[in-house]
Design a protein around this ligand. Structure first.
Ligand code: SF4
Length: 479
């Protein structure tokens, strides 16, 4: 057993990486009990020696590889991209590239999204675009349509642009981690996954699951978000990768974190690497230490508060249906390339006058819609406040309905430019326009989509107004 002094010194960073031998481990039941200890020790100084001094011994590496791969062989989940991976295992550039493509698509989809959700998307995607060459022919609208619901649309755009880039340079999939990183949208994580799983290159893959497992295996308490720590964890992972089965090893590592070594309730009694786990050893010898103290919790970055004025602009014309103005967002940044109702980002909370001024100026500058010269305001009223939470932004939107009757010319002049959206995929609308579509039009037949506008169904103006009000009221929050 560790002495108290040893433990205190270890926690204070005076000693380097103690590794308990297997006979120190208690039976499974005792392990489980320890892992569930409720009291946190986050406030204690759990500062282990500099991370660069931490390493795996040759014996540890061999043991971890062997036990992890054996566990993976017996427990791997049957996932559609793995089926493609294994059936295409034999030679053939075409099959090998198809396997790389499947790994690429699945890994990109799995970022920020749960496995169960990804399965359906992956199957539909592969059915529509079975190879990189098929994908390269797609349009961004089709890709966004397929991606609808997965969020972070930039990922979908990068997949398309990456596929086009590879096809334009000959069509053969880059087969090393370094060459893969030259492809648009492929970073070190995705490159490592494709290179190791599809091309058997012995390179590591470090995602949140791997960070968690490694920091627990080595009881690393350095800030896991710190760039130096991240670099060091990649180095530790690099040493562990099995050169004979790098793809399986990396998948096993990630799978261990996803299924056994979970963030809040790890199943240490079922873990194939419990013998090597220093967090577990510490937790068994120090009442106040829990395995879940690793990795160190880092306070989340403060959420940004943004405010915007949104105007649902309805244009009424004699003898024809109303039209609603839509705008395409810039190709970079939040909700890149999606369509929405005209909106202006405000500098902070703004009163009604300031919001209307901002919208008027935007409409005039972008579309030549001058409230005094080219059109007449038939109706202008506030319909609600809607708050949408992004991962790092809290966006509060003040939404108005603005009905205009044209008295002069109407023309789009500067960006963002409305363009022909005939047959435009509905999912490419941003959440606000989508919300409007489903609420304003969803009760009836779908709207016909034409040149820059949505044409609503034939219901009366009062009814439309009622529906808009009701829709937004549902999302009105007191804030
Ligand atoms: S690696 Fe995770 S699951 Fe395995 S023993 Fe350590 S803390 Fe428990």
């Amino acid at each position: 057993m560790l002495t108290s002094n040893f433990k205190i010194n270890y926690l204070a960073g005076k000693l380097h990486s103690p590794l308990l031998s297997p006979h120190h481990l208690p039976p499974a039941a005792a392990v489980m009990k320890r892992c569930r200890q409720p009291k946190s020790v986050q406030n204690q100084a759990v500062d282990v020696a500099d991370i660069e001094d931490i390493s795996f011994s040759g014996k540890e590496i061999q043991e971890i590889r062997a036990s992890l791969l054996q566990w993976y062989d017996e427990n791997r989940r049957d996932l559609p991209w793995r089926r493609i991976s294994s059936t295409a295992n034999e030679v053939g550039i075409e099959q090998r590239d198809r396997r790389a493509y499947a790994v690429w698509v699945s890994e990109v989809m799995l970022q920020q999204t749960k496995v169960q959700t990804v399965i359906g998307y992956f199957n539909r995607w592969m059915e529509k675009w079975p190879t990189i060459h098929h994908l390269a022919q797609a349009t961004i609208e089709e890709v966004n349509e397929m991606w609808a619901g997965l969020g972070y649309y930039r990922r979908a755009r990068f997949l398309l642009e990456g596929a086009q880039m590879i096809v334009e340079s000959g069509g053969e999939f880059p087969n090393t981690a370094s060459s893969l990183q030259m492809v648009r949208g492929i970073g070190n994580y995705t490159a490592g996954a494709i290179a190791s799983i599809a091309f058997e290159e012995a390179v590591p893959v470090v995602d949140g699951n791997v960070v968690r497992v490694i920091t627990r295996l080595k009881a690393i308490s350095a800030n896991p978000k710190d760039s130096k720590t991240v670099k060091d964890i990649w180095e530790l992972a690099r040493k562990l990768v099995d050169p004979l089965r790098p793809g399986d090893f990396n998948q096993a590592f990630m799978e261990l974190g996803a299924t056994i070594c979970s963030p809040t309730s790890p199943s240490c009694s079922k873990c194939p690497t419990s013998v090597q786990c220093q967090a577990l050893s510490l937790s068994m010898n120090q009442e106040s230490v829990k395995v879940t103290d690793f990795p160190t919790k880092v306070p989340k970055a403060k959420q940004r508060h943004d405010f915007s004025a949104v105007s649902v602009v309805e244009i009424v014309e004699e003898g024809s249906d109303s039209k609603y103005l839509l705008v395409k967002r810039p190709e970079e940044g939040l909700l890149a390339g999606l369509w929405e109702f005209p909106s202006v980002l405000l500098e902070g909370e703004a009163d009604l006058t300031a919001r209307r001024k901002a919208i008027d100026s935007f409409l005039k500058q972008s579309f030549g819609l001058d409230m005094r010269k080219s059109c007449k305001v038939v109706l202008r009223e506030e319909v609600g406040v809607y708050v949408h939470i992004f991962s790092h932004i809290r966006l509060k939107m003040y939404i108005e309905l603005l009905t205009l009757r044209m008295t002069g010319s109407f023309y789009p002049s500067v960006t963002p430019i409305p363009r022909c959206i005939r047959n435009f995929p509905k999912s490419s609308f941003s959440f606000l326009a989508k919300l409007m579509r489903y609420t304003l039009f969803g009760l009836h037949h779908g709207p016909e989509i034409q040149e820059g506008f949505i044409y609503p169904c034939n219901c009366k103006k009062e009814k439309r107004q009622k529906i808009i009000n009701r829709s937004f009221k549902q999302f009105t929050v007191n804030s």
